[in-house]
Design a protein around this ligand. Structure first.
Ligand code: SF4
Length: 226
């Protein structure tokens, strides 16, 4: 067999192995938590979008604290505009980079009113045009609101995927593409939720709780431990 053919055959074998592992991993996720959902609180499409933007570099618990007031007093783009950017910033001043977040949310409120009849567009290509909305934010919003199939990759998803051995790249965009290749499509809708919750409560960044983890048998990180 020529060297190139041998390399390709090895690559195929490895890929099949990863796909097999990924299938088992997500079958187990489904068994343990059949209906995962976001831990962010919201009361309409707009407040979900705000909550997801606010969750950058902040915990869901800290976001949920400010969301109570937001849901009561500024649950639409019009109300944010009436409050003004500085006024809204005071609502979220307990969060990291709150001034930037207030700026984005004020600007996107203006854009929603001017271009989208004050409604959140539930299309990836439109969502990512909004200020402060990247691919990850858009995929999370679509996942929650429409059961969309996009896999949003945040720090938890990236770390857990790499430890499990179902991804090897270092950037969210590349890991997202790797996951589309190895995770069976029927699991895509819940992939982000499962990996985020697993990263938050079990496969923690500093001290993964491997002895309590139901994925040990399929985890490359665990297999490498002495
Ligand atoms: S076995 Fe350990 S490293 Fe692997 S997924 Fe579970 S907690 Fe994370």
């Amino acid at each position: 067999m020529a060297e190139q053919d041998r390399d390709e055959s090895l690559w195929r074998q490895e890929r099949q192995e990863v796909q097999k592992n990924a299938t088992e991993i997500f079958r187990l996720f489904e068994e343990h938590n059949p209906a995962p959902s976001t831990e962010l609180v919201y009361n309409n499409d707009f407040t979900l979008l705000i909550a997801v933007i606010l969750s950058a570099q902040a915990t869901d618990a800290s976001v949920n604290k400010v969301m109570t007031e937001i849901m009561e007093r500024v649950d639409s783009p019009q109300k944010i505009i009436e409050l003004t950017q500085d006024g809204f910033a005071t609502f979220i001043r307990t969060l990291n980079i709150y001034k930037n977040k207030a700026k984005y949310i004020y600007e996107l409120s203006t854009m929603l009113i001017e271009q989208y009849e004050a409604k959140v567009p539930l299309i990836l290509q439109e969502l990512i045009k909004l200020p402060g909305v990247g691919r990850k934010t858009a995929n999370v919003v679509l996942n929650v609101l429409t059961g969309g199939n996009g896999i949003a990759v945040d720090t938890h998803v990236l770390r857990v995927s790499r430890r499990l051995g179902i991804a090897s790249e270092n950037t969210p965009e590349k890991v997202e593409q790797e996951l589309y290749c190895v995770v069976p499509k029927q699991f895509w809708e819940k992939t982000n939720h499962w990996l985020v919750l697993h990263g938050r409560y079990t496969c923690k960044a500093k001290k993964p709780m491997c002895s309590d983890c139901f994925l040990r048998a399929y985890c490359q990180f665990f297999k490498r431990q002495p």
